[in-house]
Design a protein around this ligand. Sequence first.
Ligand code: ADP
Length: 459
Amino acid sequence: MGIASDPVFRTGLVRTLFVAGSALVVAALPGAGSWPWLAAAVTAFVAAVLVARRSVDDFADLRRRVDELDGSDDDRALEGPAGLASRVAKAHARVEDERSAAELEHAELLGILQATGEGILVLSQGARLVLVNDAAHRFLEPPFEAVGRGLAEVTRNAAILEFAEDVLAGKAPEDREVQLEGARATLWLELYGRRFHTPMGETRAVLVLHDLTKRKRLQVVRTDFVANASHEMRSPLASILGYAETLGAGTLDEAQARRAVERILHNSLRLDELIRDLIELSRLEHTATHEHGPLDVEERIRDVLASYEEKLEAKRIRLELELESLPHTLQLDGELFRTALSNLCDNAIKYTPEGGRITITSRLSEGGRELEVAVADTGPGIPLEHQARVFERFYRVDTARSRALGGTGLGLAIVKHAMIVLGGQVLLESQPERGSTFRLLLPVRAVTPAPGRSTGGTA
Ligand code: ADP
């Protein structure tokens, strides 16, 4: 395409010719036709052509840039200034759109990085922080905004600093576990790190801090549990062995031998009880689902209590039932309910002194969505400082008393886990010397109404 067809050139040329023509007309005026006038007119013409040519070059350069921005293959070279201006406006709008889309994408990525539970740090050379997500901030607890600071200002943990240095140096260190002493608690973190380069060629390191604290705590709990369980088993077993050996020696008289057999029996039962509770607890810990009834709650409560009749009588404990008029059946796992209630009743009878009182109440919350069953006793009560811990495995307020009463130290842990499986909870209210109330709160899936159901009464 020749320059003569260029609209800008043509416009420029028309204007140039107009100027030059005007100059020639002026030159042809009477009295102006002298050679200096003519020379001036010719000079003006040449200058005008040069200026037109220059503006065409500038314009072509501008158009090429707009073509680059626009990116379309259309032949637009014949466009004049108005067309070009409209394309500039369109290209500008598109660039603005692309910029907003990129900003949105950036915000979304940042949102994802913030939402993840993993701590994420991005470092530039010199271990300067370029990005620190919320989780990383929470783990490292700097009392200031960490971005822009050196990693060494944010944490003094030598293992983390060394790890970051290795990653930045491209050493690809093995994933590492570190222990971090926080202001409130000790954290265990697993570190992952990789080096990368930005599109601008800058070196960066990304460190991922994975929180292992919960897992580590569980490991400790498990180790303690095994140690405690072995310890609990050792003492009845040692007693059984001792008595059996003495019996075997044949040196005991008849009364002593009977006493030894009684002790063997007693400790065997204790061991049996302990193993049963351990199996029950382990079963509950591995149970994620439960049956959904239908269950006649009142009948189940009476059924559980029937198995304690002898014990209640032996200790002359008065039993009171305050069972609110419950619908006939509730959608509830009857076996888990029995497990929880039995353990609470067992404890209430164990710890209530002779002549005491145990009250069992049950009621449905408004709307019938939650069943509350409470076991209250007039026993020794549990001091406040022990109340949160009595649901831990093998935790006892008074170890000697619990063992003497045949306790395994697992009853309330079993209740707690049964409630977890049922999606409910167990609450404790207690005052030393006045008694304890354990309250089971159970979500009820559905209720089958049964009109005319009788309310409970004193058993
Ligand atoms: P244990 O087999 O020793 O009774 P539990 O797990 O059932 O174990 O209970 C843990 C501890 O909580 C008991 O050792 C006892 O100190 C205390 N406890 C539980 N129930 C009662 C209660 N009804 N009254 C007083 N103390 C209780």
